[in-house]
Design a protein around this ligand. Structure first.
Ligand code: NAD
Ligand code: TYD
Length: 342
């Protein structure tokens, strides 16, 4: 089979590329990526040596480029990871999120209709459900929880999901959707919580925790997300939707303290700063459906996953040093330079 992986030079997409190359050696994986600030060809160095892998640079919002990709590569399956993915950036620049995340999905699905595919898979997020109250640990997101978005990022992802469902119903396009909780692991871009805290701690720089740090995220090791998507595209029915998560809920402040302890750094590095606007309080996935219907379960718990992740950042300094030595410095100044300390 030919599998197009859009956004395969980013965090989860690249992990998925490696997962597919390792687990389905007869399939050809074509990564299609615009190489925005979040895309990194160095991440794909090892894949480039594999004859079953191909990289094509292109933008999912560009119809001409996308049509040429489908004409040349004749994909059986398209897995769409390409997106603007950072909530904080979406608060400063919503329109780019609407263009990439909604229009890009539309352009890809139009090409799927035109050229025919066996499956279009949309990689979505639990953030489409909004948030849960901190004082109700009994509540979880299921596939029937109402969409209720808080940020321009999550609103763009929810819009894309609605479009996918509409293409399935109107055009009978064989689509599926997965909504996963927060991922962590290798190749995670340094702007996100876990890599940012690891890298700042290694530099003895302050660790900026938004507000009191009591917001809860449900963490899943990235390889477990990849194994779930792999099952959905091969065994899940067209038109189906699955939540993905492993019940690893943690308060941000506790994640930060775990990282400091593992790196033997003092908690005095923690600095509470102005909260994110519209900050979602708690995410928590109920993964019962994918467990019962596809037999998926996560293999890596948070204690092991965070150790593996910290170790990866310690042994791949070159990868992240290249990133933080470029435009990232400007980004960091804009986002954190004027943020008041609490
Ligand atoms: P990322 O920001 O690390 O990577 C995004 C990739 O998409 C980059 O390689 C970038 O170059 C590429 N891209 C951006 N715009 C593009 C365009 N117009 N055309 C082609 N390529 C483009 O993101 P990620 O964290 O790997 O997330 C991947 C997907 O998973 C996203 O759709 C995101 O919404 C979803 N998701 C992420 C998480 C998480 O915890 N990171 C959780 C659930 C779902
Ligand atoms: P993030 O990694 O941006 O993922 P998301 O917003 O998609 O959940 O943030 C995870 C949590 O960490 C979120 O509650 C915001 C918080 N956070 C901080 O406290 N400080 C930071 O510098 C960052 C980037 C995030």
């Amino acid at each position: 089979m030919n599998i197009v992986v859009t956004g395969g030079a980013g965090f989860i997409g690249s992990n998925f590329v490696y997962y597919e190359l390792a687990n389905h050696i007869d399939d050809t994986i074509i990564c299609y990526d615009a190489l925005t600030y979040a895309g990194n060809l160095e991440t794909l160095d090892a894949a480039m040596k594999n004859p079953k892998f191909k990289f094509v640079k292109g933008d999912i919002t560009n119809r001409e480029e996308v049509n040429a990709l489908f004409k040349n590569e004749k994909p059986d399956i398209v897995v769409n990871f390409a997106a603007e993915s950072h909530v904080d950036r979406s608060i400063n620049n919503p329109d780019l999120f609407l263009r990439t995340n909604i229009m890009g999905t539309c352009v890809l699905m139009d090409a799927c209709r035109k050229y025919g595919i066996k499956r279009y898979h949309q990689v979505s997020t639990d953030e489409v459900y909004g948030d849960l109250p901190l004082e109700r640990p009994d509540l979880f997101f299921t596939e029937t929880t109402n969409l209720h978005t808080s940020s321009p990022y999550s609103a763009s992802k929810a819009s894309a999901d609605l479009l996918v469902m509409a293409y399935h119903r109107t055009y009978d396009l064989p689509c599926s959707i997965s909504r996963c909780s927060n991922n962590y692991g290798p190749y995670h871009f340094p702007e996100k919580l876990i890599p940012l805290m690891i890298i700042n701690a290694l530099h003895d720089k302050k660790l900026p925790v938004y507000g009191a740090g009591e917001n809860v995220r449900d963490w899943l090791y990235v390889e477990d997300h990849c194994s779930a998507i792999d099952l959905i595209i091969r065994k899940g029915k067209a038109g189906d939707l699955f939540n993905i998560g492993g019940h690893n809920e943690k308060r941000n402040i506790d994640v930060v303290k775990i990282i400091l302890k593992a790196l033997d750094k003092p908690e005095s590095l923690i600095e509470h700063v102005t909260d994110r606007k519209g900050h979602d309080r708690r995410y928590a996935i109920d993964p019962t459906k994918i467990k019962n219907e596809l037999g998926w379960s996560p293999k890596i718990n948070f204690d092991d996953g965070i150790k593996k992740t910290i170790n990866w950042y310690l042994t791949h300094k070159e990868w992240w040093e290249h990133i933080i030595s470029g435009d990232y410095q400007e980004y960091y100044k804009t986002m954190y330079g004027n943020r008041a300390k609490l």
